[in-house]
Design a protein around this ligand. Structure first.
Ligand SMILES: Nc1nc2c(ncn2[C@@H]2O[C@H](COP(=O)(O)OP(=O)(O)OP(=O)(O)O)[C@@H](O)[C@H]2O)c(=O)[nH]1
Length: 349
């Protein structure tokens, strides 16, 4: 039986998750979608709305915060859903998990890899993150969960841009891009979004192409609040003027950087190094993904991970004339960029 695609919908409180989900469910012609809601408290208003307005199967889990307690519930809920589907008691083609606005989506995503029963029935399609254009700056400044949600995203939807001016929306887009250069961004107005932007994104598919622009992180188009650090991506010297607009004075904990190598990498060195690194920094490593030129392989090696869990797979052959450049993006919280970059340099074959 083919694997059931699963989508994780996350985003800070009030960012428009339910609005988007309702929209998608009513638009989803012919698709049967099981929705797993994770909310705080006993009263689950979101679920009531979904149940009355759509015919979807909604399972609610009321035991609090996803980040600490939920993995077991989520695991049993997913396993139970799959078992009932196998027996013909339930009919659905995909699953959407809406997390609470205060959840770290990491443990939710990991459930799909750590539990055999879940991994045998489901394939994590992508993590979608809603960002509220009106409140995001404050939320990102104040709340680590909001930052993590952006870090994990395979796709970012920016809601409520109707409530802010164009310059603010652009500045937010820029800030988010620095935090997570891997996730495409799309504005949504009251959840209006084509289904093709929501499902089958294959963000977790190892063969998905790595859509990042490594040059972006080296550009000068972000704020000078980073200058005092000296350890992150900024081309300008201290005091040097740059012409880009500086709307923010943010200094996000979730940051990203890109490793590039033009020489082929040694698979064993890479495995040893990354294996050791995730033991130490795994909890801080939200997502990492790369397309690698590995010695002895004619084909691209596609690699990705979430916290301590990582995997690799063979991609297509390098095209004739294509520069065989390895690229890896790391998104995490206070990652030791220099240690990682130096270690990776040492993995050249
Ligand atoms: N102006 C504006 N309001 C929006 C937009 N999208 C959603 N909203 C409103 O924002 C409020 C919160 O939306 P919800 O969909 O409930 O947000 P949520 O992320 O599910 O919220 P929680 O369940 O509390 O985490 C609602 O009043 C929505 O109508 C938008 O694009 N523009």
């Amino acid at each position: 039986m083919s694997l059931i695609p699963a989508t994780i919908l996350t985003g800070f409180l009030g960012s428009g998750k339910t609005t988007l989900l309702k929209r998608v469910l009513t638009e989803a012609h012919g698709q049967k979608i099981a929705v797993i809601e994770n909310e705080f408290g006993e009263e689950n208003i979101d679920t009531d709305i979904l149940v009355t307005e759509t015919k979807e199967q909604v399972i609610q889990m009321n035991n609090g915060c996803v980040c600490c307690t939920i993995r077991e519930d989520l695991r049993t809920t997913l396993a139970d859903l799959a078992a009932r589907r196998r027996k013909g008691e339930l009919d659905f083609e995909r699953v959407v998990i809406e997390t609470t606005g205060l959840a770290d989506p990491g443990p939710v995503a990991q459930t799909f890899f750590m539990d055999d029963e879940v991994a045998e029935s489901y394939q994590l399609d992508s993590i979608l993150t809603l960002v509220d254009a009106k409140h995001a700056d404050q939320q990102l400044n104040d709340r680590v969960e909001a930052q993590r949600q952006v870090g994990f995203a395979d796709q970012i939807f920016i809601s409520k841009t109707d409530l802010v001016d164009e310059a603010s929306a652009d500045a937010l887009a820029h800030r988010l891009k620095h935090m997570n250069p891997r996730a495409p961004q799309q504005r949504v107005h009251f959840g209006e979004v084509p289904l093709a932007s929501v499902f089958d994104l294959k963000g977790f598919n190892l063969n998905a192409k790595l859509d990042i622009d490594p040059e972006f992180l080296n550009d000068g188009g972000h704020d000078h609040a980073h200058d005092h650090h000296g350890h992150d991506h900024h081309d300008h010297e201290h005091g040097e003027h740059c012409d880009h607009p500086h709307h923010h004075q943010h200094d996000d904990d979730v940051k990203s950087f890109v490793f590039r190598a033009t020489k082929p990498l040694s698979p064993t060195k890479l495995e040893d190094f990354l294996g050791a690194i995730v033991q130490v920094y795994g909890p801080k490593m939200l997502r990492y993904k790369g397309v690698l030129n590995v010695k002895g392989s004619e084909r691209k090696v596609i690699f990705q991970g979430v916290h301590q869990l990582m995997g690799s797979d063979l991609g297509p052959k390098w095209a004739p004339g294509e520069a065989k450049v390895s690229k890896m993006v790391f998104i995490g919280i206070d990652l030791p960029k220099e240690i990682l970059l130096q270690g990776l340099e040492g993995c050249v074959a």
